[in-house]
Design a protein around this ligand. Structure first.
Ligand code: RP5
Length: 163
């Protein structure tokens, strides 16, 4: 693996239909100046693509994988099984069960292969980016500074009284 400084985040999702949510992950990473790539990879529709991606992720300079999936959302767990890299899962808000199916599929990993599970939908998409940035920040001072600044701005933006 190359020097930690250039580690990037890989954003993957099961379907084009997930991109509306996953765009928020991209937007948040951009704000913090974290390098990333984005791909559609489906555990059940493109299993070979998933295997190829996950088994080569570490050698491809990826530091964190963010995987969004909906329904029987096995993508994050399957990727985590194929790589030692940290995998963060975003449960996409499904039409039928409002993402509860996605949440339980991603969160309830049996012991041995962990997936860091975020909240359902948009909150999860944003928080996954912030968490990935915090992991990258351990070895990247610029990202650390940007992340700290973002949090300071967020704190300042909270008014003391409601209008
Ligand atoms: C999952 O199935 C995807 O992650 C998506 O959330 C869900 C539905 O996919 P589409 O039928 O919209 O392509 O694999």
């Amino acid at each position: 693996m190359k020097k930690n400084k250039s580690l990037k985040v890989s954003i993957v999702m099961g379907s084009q239909s997930d991109y509306k949510t996953m765009q928020l992950t991209e937007k948040t990473l951009k704000k913090i100046g974290v390098s990333f790539e984005t791909k559609i990879i489906s555990a059940h529709r493109t299993p070979k693509r998933m295997y190829e991606f996950a088994s080569t992720a570490e050698q491809n300079n990826i530091g964190v994988i963010i995987a969004g999936a909906g329904g029987s959302a096995h993508l994050p767990g399957m990727i985590a099984a194929l790589t030692p890299l940290p995998v963060l899962g975003i449960p996409i808000e499904s039409k039928k069960l409002k993402g509860l199916d996605s949440l339980l599929s991603i969160a309830q990993m049996p012991k041995g292969i962990p997936v860091g599970t975020l909240a359902i939908g948009e909150d999860g998409a944003i928080n996954a980016a912030l968490l990935a940035a915090a992991i990258i920040a351990n070895t990247n001072p610029t990202v650390k500074k940007n992340l700290n600044n973002l949090r300071i701005q967020q704190t300042k933006a909270v008014k003391k009284k409601p209008k």
